[in-house]
Design a binder for this molecule. Structure first.
Ligand code: TPP
Ligand code: SF4
Length: 245
């Protein structure tokens, strides 16, 4: 495809704040991350925030988003993205701080950062992508892995309970914006992220959006899209209700 046609195709299908020269993106085919990022990009466009955003990505597949947008972007490790964005916001109150982390980083090693940012009602947006595994490192058990799920570190099926993070956040912060969305409801996800960003713009404090997202590589459904979306919409969304808390 000639470069102009490629540029135009990307521009019409993607938000304006997307970086065209980094497309096609490098996530696996069918991955949910680009769907979350696309909805986030449209939310940023809708509110005209491109020049104000500092976008923090975590270790894990979220870091593959480092060049997805034309946004000032920083990468740190396992939930430390959250205090990093807290620091940015405190130093630049007029800026817009977004931390984009995985469920392994956000709910295992980095859980204390999520909880303490919520307790202090830090005026940032935290997005946690819940694909029920540690994806980048090969599909190990995460705090979101469901009981019975066969994953690399639990080949006979996980035997743990799982975390319901929005309920924990609501428990420590009665005024935070708290919601869970899913990649397959794109318009709802975009609206949820826009409302969460508006919460920060209004100076109301902590906003938290968990997004249920597919990982066809580690779910071993790369060539079976029906199975991917059945698992996402019927199994994951049953254990993790999609709603505003
Ligand atoms: C302190 C530390 N421990 C372990 C790792 C290895 N590591 C890199 S990415 C990753 C998994 C991240 O999983 P998750 O946060 O769920 O993000 P996903 O890849 O699913 O998007 C791990 C364990 C690391 N980089 N640093
Ligand atoms: S490993 Fe999973 S989460 Fe990571 S890019 Fe591939 S499909 Fe997406």
């Amino acid at each position: 495809m000639n470069e102009n046609i490629m540029d135009q195709a990307v521009k019409s299908a993607f938000p304006k704040c997307v970086r065209v020269d980094s497309k096609p993106h490098i996530f696996c085919p069918g991955c949910g991350h680009p769907e979350v990022l696309k909805a986030l990009g449209f939310a940023i466009d809708d509110l005209g925030l491109q020049s104000k955003v500092a976008f923090g990505v975590d270790i894990g597949c979220s870091l593959l988003a480092w060049d997805f947008f034309n946004l000032d972007t920083i990468e740190t490790h396992h939930g430390r993205t959250i205090p990093t964005m807290v620091g940015f916001k405190r130093a630049n109150p007029a800026g817009v701080a977004i931390a984009y982390v995985g469920d392994g980083g956000g709910y295992a090693i980095g859980l204390s950062h999520v909880i303490n940012a919520a307790i202090r009602n830090e005026n940032i947006l935290v997005i946690v992508v819940n694909n029920a595994v540690y994806a980048m490192t090969g599909g190990q058990e995460a705090p979101t892995t469901l009981q019975g799920m066969k994953v690399k570190t639990a080949p006979c099926g996980a035997d743990q309970y799982h975390i319901n993070a929005p309920e924990i956040i609501r428990n420590v912060n009665p005024t935070a914006f708290v919601a869970r969305s899913i990649t397959t409801i794109q318009f709802g996800l975009r609206k949820m992220l826009k409302d969460a960003l508006q919460h920060q713009l209004d100076g109301k404090g902590f906003a938290f959006v968990e997004v249920l997202s597919q990982c066809p590589l580690n779910w071993k459904t790369l060539d079976k899209p029906q199975e991917t979306f059945d698992f996402l919409e019927k199994t994951l969304a049953k254990a993790y209700p999609v709603k505003k808390y």
